[in-house]
Design a protein around this ligand. Sequence first.
Ligand code: UD1
Ligand code: CA
Length: 455
Amino acid sequence: MAMRTCLVVLLAAGEGTRMKSAHPKVLHQVAGRSMVGHVIASSREAGADRLAVVVGPGMDALQAEVMALAPEATTAVQSDRLGTAHAVLAARAELDRTVDDVLVLYGDTPLVTPQTLSRVRARLAGGADVVVLGFETPIPTGYGRLLTDQDGCLLAIREEKDASDAERRITLCNSGIMGFRGATMLSLLDAIGNDNAKGEYYLTDAVEIATARGLTVVAETGDENEVLGVNDRAQLSRCEAIYQARARAAAMTAGVTLVAPETVFFSFDTALSRDVIVEPNVVFGPGVTVGEGSRIRAFSHLEGATVAAGAEIGPYARLRPGARVAAGARVGNFVEIKNARVDEGAKVNHLSYIGDAEIGARANIGAGTITCNYDGFGKFRTVIGADAFIGSNSALVAPVSVGSGAFVGSGSVVTDDVPTDALALGRGRQAVKPGWAAEFRTRRTAEKAAAKKRD
Ligand code: UD1
Ligand code: CA
């Protein structure tokens, strides 16, 4: 069978007043990615080959996000918010082009899975003209209700404001996600009027119109958690919680141990290999990959970091963007690594800042070592060779290099390159004065006693 073409029309023109935000609603993030980004990703996975995003006037930041995530997408501006059908028609230029399947998705409904979208598409492939993704909920308030006949066939969708008391008791609701056969869609949309409680052009009216024309209209059902819409910050946090629950379950299914799953937070792209062990209270920001058998110990924060197999991170470690920790390396407590390589078997165990650096294989970085990578204007690199030993509390003033096998005495401020196998000492020489402390104590005790007598 030839591949069916698919256009996604993504509605994102809503301002999201209840978010009380300076930013368009769909740019708010779930698991480190904008809501609109989630919908774009799911659309792609469900095989969408074209994407039209309907935005509101002045939403330049949203347009930029769409272009960054989906350069092939077109955006259309809906100048007046006259309803969901009106919004879809803002993308008319796209609907004029031949396509098999059209999916209408909302930018503020970020949790819908590609699998569910594929089910909607399967119904279109099976001959439906209109597919509505419905869901059951104990609290249907605010949603459009699916009106069905005795056989469960979908007849119409009634918006809450237009519904009778009996209709309001229906618990099968419209998620807002709909599928249309491309060939019949435009003629349905053009027949939609705005004679209703809100005076809006309701996309949902397409159902009744299609039914009247004898077209095939079907309802597909999905999980309430997948179609949760975000209108305010509380719903945003519910979406986050649902997403996190999914991500934790997926990680464990894939062979990752989460000691306390509810305390581990994932990003949309966190990639953990099997036999990774994640201790409690770990946060994965975007762009983290962890190799097989590595252990991420408690209270660590990772972002934009790659950890190879068999490494150990934390407890209380912070890996920032560009951190690359090689196999068997060890990054310990209160260590921050940024844009730096820690090669195989190297150890940075305590209280260090390693930025813009390369740490050679098996090198040992003593407690409190700091790479001084910034002079207030530019960033500079520190390069440490294999098997080097950096004594505790050293400051490595970049640009600087320490050759392989070299030693740096503890407490050194290293400003010049250290050759291979050399010892560098960059600190004041220690002076020792025998008996000084005892003399000092005797003198001060006598002085204090004399002062007391005078009072
Ligand atoms: C809509 C559905 C309702 C469904 C509910 C699910 C209609 C008429 N009703 O109702 O059946 O149960 O979603 O959440 O479709 N939008 C625009 N431009 C507009 C109007 C809306 O872009 O002119 C976008 C909004 O940004 C939003 C989405 O479309 O993302 C839904 O619009 P909204 O006004 O929230 O529809 P509801 O009344 O919630
Ligand atoms: Ca809504």
